[in-house]
Design a protein around this ligand. Structure first.
Ligand code: GH3
Ligand code: MG
Ligand code: MG
Length: 364
């Protein structure tokens, strides 16, 4: 028969009985079997002890003054904050009603009085085995949840920078845009891209490039608010989603980040690397922004204009400069004409009333 193993701590067994003699008798037996007996003289004391320090098993007398064993079992099993604690009821030999009621109240097993000790020992062992299995199961479930959580995090995170990856960013974008649209709150998108980044790789090596990307990501993380999202959209291109932010404020924000980057010295080993970044900013509501896709494309086009007009700049979607540059560009640039107009059936958001899908990239 199983007794507590050397390596295990002895099981704590709470004896609940209003008869001192019974308690003492049981205490002595349990201790001689290697368990750690504790006791409570009535139902209320039992509940207090169980709640302050849950035992591994409860040996519960049915007939007690104040609160009987049935009610004690019901309350313990009804308390979701408690772990699984096996309860063995002690009932009189002929009290079938008690047994049924006790089991219904949540007792896991019962033993009749006068107690047959070999039988008690066997029942204790069997219940403690179930308790151990239950704990192993809970532990495995906890590990599984943890592993799932780690996996979820990995699937949403860019491993180099620790920022949101593109897929996660796009999911967030959908949700955030939807939310902004529903509450009629402004929502801004900033696209940024390191200038002449390729030369970092070419001059200092790929690892130096990685270090610059990490440090750039850190600047972004430091600059955004708790409610914003910052993510890596592609190689050295990043996207920032700013809820509750109008176009002007987003431009001011991007300008601040741009200055930070400009003034920052990136380091790798002994090399000091200076770099700048270009930014394109768009925001909803705007007559030309109808959904997530147009919002992102608008920021991306503004970024393109920032690159074309000298880099280390912030360009605002639909500013004069933006419009003029794209007007001059129209038709001549493959990148522009390549992009299909947003599909009205994408269903991501409502279409702004009165704004037709002209089938061209941006109405002017
Ligand atoms: P521009 O100012 O026009 O943006 O020029 P650029 O050199 O920054 O842009 P380009 O698109 O020509 O080159 C981007 C480079 O970024 C090329 C690619 O090898 C590098 N890159 C992309 N992802 C990573 C990465 O994870 N680590 C490193 N080290 N380099 C990367
Ligand atoms: Mg009693
Ligand atoms: Mg670049």
């Amino acid at each position: 028969m199983e007794t507590p193993r050397e390596s295990d701590r002895p099981a704590r067994i709470l004896i609940v009985d209003d008869h001192e003699d019974n308690v003492e008798l049981l205490r002595a037996r349990l201790a001689s079997w290697g368990y750690r007996p504790e006791s409570a003289g009535d139902g209320l004391e039992a509940l207090e002890k169980v709640e302050s320090s849950p035992p591994d098993l409860i040996l519960l007398d049915v007939m007690m003054p104040k609160l009987d064993g049935i009610e004690v079992a019901r309350r313990i099993k009804g308390n979701a904050a408690l772990p699984f604690i096996p309860i063995i009821m002690q009932t009189a030999l002929d009290a079938t009603e008690n047994k049924v009621e006790g089991l219904e109240a949540g007792a896991d097993d019962y033993i009749t009085k006068p107690i047959d000790f070999p039988e008690l020992k066997a029942r204790l062992n069997s219940m403690l085995r179930i308790k151990r299995l239950q704990e192993e199961l809970e532990e495995r479930e906890r590990q599984l949840l943890e592993a799932n959580e780690r996996l979820r995090h990995m699937s949403q995170t860019d491993s180099l920078t620790g920022l949101d990856n593109r897929r996660h960013l796009e999911e967030r974008l959908d949700e955030m845009f939807e939310h902004a649209h529903r509450l009629n709150e402004p929502f801004a998108c900033v696209m940024c891209d390191l200038d002449r980044f390729k030369s970092v790789n070419d001059t200092h090596g790929h690892q130096a490039g990685d270090a610059v990307l990490k440090q750039f990501a850190r600047i972004l993380r430091n600059e955004v608010r708790e409610i914003d999202r910052a993510g890596r959209y592609g190689g050295e291109e990043f996207m920032l989603l700013l809820p509750g932010t109008v176009l002007d404020a987003a431009v001011t924000f991007a300008e601040r980040v741009r200055k930070q980057v400009e003034g920052h010295t990136f380091t790798f080993d002994d090399s000091e690397i200076r770099r700048t970044a270009s930014f394109g900013v768009s925001a909803w509501p705007h007559p030309r922004i109808r959904d997530c896709d147009t919002l992102v494309r608008a920021a991306d086009d503004a970024l393109y204009v920032a690159k074309e007009t000298g880099r280390n700049r912030v360009v605002r979607f639909a500013s004069d400069e933006f419009n003029e540059h794209l007007a001059a560009d129209d038709g001549s640039d493959e990148r522009r004409s390549d992009v299909p107009p947003p599909s009205p059936s994408s269903g991501r958001s409502g279409v702004q009333p009165g704004v037709a899908d002209a089938g061209v990239r941006w109405e002017r």
